[in-house]
Design a protein around this ligand. Structure first.
Ligand code: ADP
Ligand code: MG
Length: 247
């Protein structure tokens, strides 16, 4: 846990280019310990890139990103150890099809943390319990619904005992009736005090679970505020346009 006055995640004037294309423009954002920040915005505005830079799946060209006060964008940072602190869940769950749910979750602790198999299995079972799937521990991915598979993917990320969780449109590929169970798991994590950065189109989740909503447009943060203000009294024309489209 970080000291109370150090943000868990800090983006400090971050610039990111893909070739000539400037995709993150002077992005500054602090996420406090235990805070849930929901990032919204149109497609192509840089939301995924922002998350991907946070665990060095992408490199930045300007500014700095800090986790618990320590720069992670320094060239000599140990990327593998960094990624243990940051859980990431994507739209596609990418579970190993020939491993059971509990084996999928146990793999990281075994390979990366050096847990013995029995210890890893016990830990993985506890993680499946956190996402409400302890009864499906021995099921293979193709025996699970999309919502259940995504919950296993969340358990897999939790198994590394991260200090922050990044969620990138984790319900976008799911059938509508399966979205709720995944959002419920995320809501529970938020209530447990997990620090979360959540990219989503689910405005109900943003409103009810978010401590803060951040709107991105064309690589910039154009508005940021508590959900009650963001949804009821957007300050910028961009935010008004965005809300008119999603409501
Ligand atoms: P969002 O998640 O908000 O839809 P992205 O972060 O995926 O936006 O993309 C932001 C911009 O960066 C877009 O213009 C996209 O085309 C571009 N982009 C994303 N990934 C790459 C890449 N690997 N190479 C080149 N351009 C990319
Ligand atoms: Mg995206």
């Amino acid at each position: 846990m970080s000291a109370p006055d150090v943000p868990e995640v800090e983006y400090d004037s971050v610039d990111k280019y893909f070739g000539e294309t400037h995709v993150l423009k002077d992005v500054s954002l602090s996420v406090e310990d235990g805070e849930v920040v929901v990032v919204v915005g149109p497609s192509g505005s840089g939301k995924s890139t922002l998350l991907r830079c946070t665990n060095r799946l992408e490199e930045i060209q300007g500014g700095e990103i800090r986790i618990e006060g320590e720069s992670i964008t320094d060239p000599d940072v140990d990327v593998n150890s960094l990624r243990q602190h940051i859980g990431m869940v994507f739209q596609s769950f990418n579970l190993f099809p020939h491993k059971t749910a509990v084996e999928n979750v146990a793999l990281g602790p075994q390979v990366v943390k050096g847990f013995e198999e029995s210890e890893a299995t016990k830990w993985a079972t506890a993680m499946l319990d956190r996402v409400g799937l302890s009864d499906q521990a021995d099921s293979y991915p193709n025996q699970l619904s999309g919502g259940q598979q995504q919950r296993v993917a969340i358990a897999r990320a939790l198994a590394m005992d991260p200090s922050v969780m990044l969620f990138d449109e984790v319900t976008s590929a799911l059938d509508p009736e399966l979205v709720g169970e995944v959002l419920e798991v995320m809501r529970n994590l938020a209530e447990e005090g997990m620090t979360m950065l959540v990219v989503t189109h689910e405005m109900g989740f943003a409103r009810e679970v978010g401590d803060r909503v951040v709107l991105m447009s064309e690589g910039r943060i154009v508005e940021s505020g508590p959900p009650a203000d963001f949804f009821a009294h957007p300050e910028t024309e961009r935010a008004r346009q965005f809300l008119a489209r999603v409501h």
